[in-house]
Design a protein around this ligand. Structure first.
Ligand SMILES: [Zn+2]
Length: 258
């Protein structure tokens, strides 16, 4: 499983989730049966901040910055939307070729060092990585492919069942409402996203989570909400990871003990 956080600079709950996930994994392995089963069955790659210069900029200069901080020739506008910079219907409707826009797709797919580095890592590990997970905020949604077109994913019913179950678990444990479904139909067309790209290279369990809240605080979620927001996301991650383990083991038969 791969989890990245902080593609978008101002979505501060996202890097917080990656750190809480690691802390939880290290603290509750061999205590909580779910995380124990997950870590016994898979390696987890965690990238806590995928957009470090953008993230730093939100702490120092502009809290509402979204893109990275790359500069380019012929424009004084800064930054590329890293979640429009992947090669999935790149720069079509829902992205912008204008460097001054918030959803600027970049000069070409993987033009940015951040997206290129992640894409290279995923390409070279695509045969072992089963789950791609990207953490964003806000709006409380569990998104499955596709966001870059109105097409339905080939394993749509599996993916849909997983996010439905995850949303039901969150509702049961925390009484929070999460909507779920394919990105293009649930939010809006968003081409060039990392989740669709990962899906298309063969990582068939690909998700984007939008964490708390539903718009009251928006990106400015107060510190008192961090733990609750992350607990909800953790419930969703566990639900999905356990389901994928179950499916993988059914597909290959029970593990041989050596
Ligand atoms: Zn985002």
């Amino acid at each position: 499983m791969w989890i990245d956080c902080g593609i978008h600079a101002r979505e501060w709950i996202s890097p917080a989730f990656c750190l809480i996930f690691v802390h939880y994994s290290l603290s509750f392995y061999n205590q909580n049966p779910d995380i124990t089963q997950i870590l016994d069955n898979m390696d987890v790659y965690v990238m806590p901040v995928m957009n470090p210069d953008g993230y730093k900029y939100t702490w120092t200069k502009n809290r509402m910055w979204r893109k990275n901080r790359s500069s380019k020739k012929n424009t004084s506008c800064i930054g590329v939307d890293l979640n429009r910079n992947f090669d999935a219907n790149w720069c079509t409707i829902g992205a912008s070729p204008d460097p001054c826009e918030e959803i600027y797709c970049g000069a070409f797919p993987e033009s940015e060092p951040e997206s290129l580095a992640v894409a290279n890592f995923l390409r070279s590990h695509k045969d072992s990585i089963q789950i791609y997970l990207s953490i964003h905020s806000y709006s409380q949604m569990l998104i499955i492919p596709y966001s870059c077109s109105m097409d339905e994913a080939e394993n749509h019913s599996d993916l849909y069942e997983m996010v439905k179950q995850a949303a039901e678990n969150i509702r049961r444990y925390y009484r929070s409402v999460y909507t779920y479904g394919p990105g293009a139909k649930t939010i809006y067309l968003a081409p060039g996203g990392s989740d669709d790209w990962a899906y298309n290279i063969g990582i068939k369990y690909s998700f984007t989570f939008e964490l708390q809240d539903r718009g009251h605080y928006g990106f400015l979620l107060p510190p008192s909400h961090i733990q609750g927001a992350c607990n909800e996301a953790l419930t969703a991650v566990k639900t999905i990871a356990l389901k994928v383990i179950e499916k993988t083991q059914t597909a290959t038969g029970p593990r041989e003990t050596v």
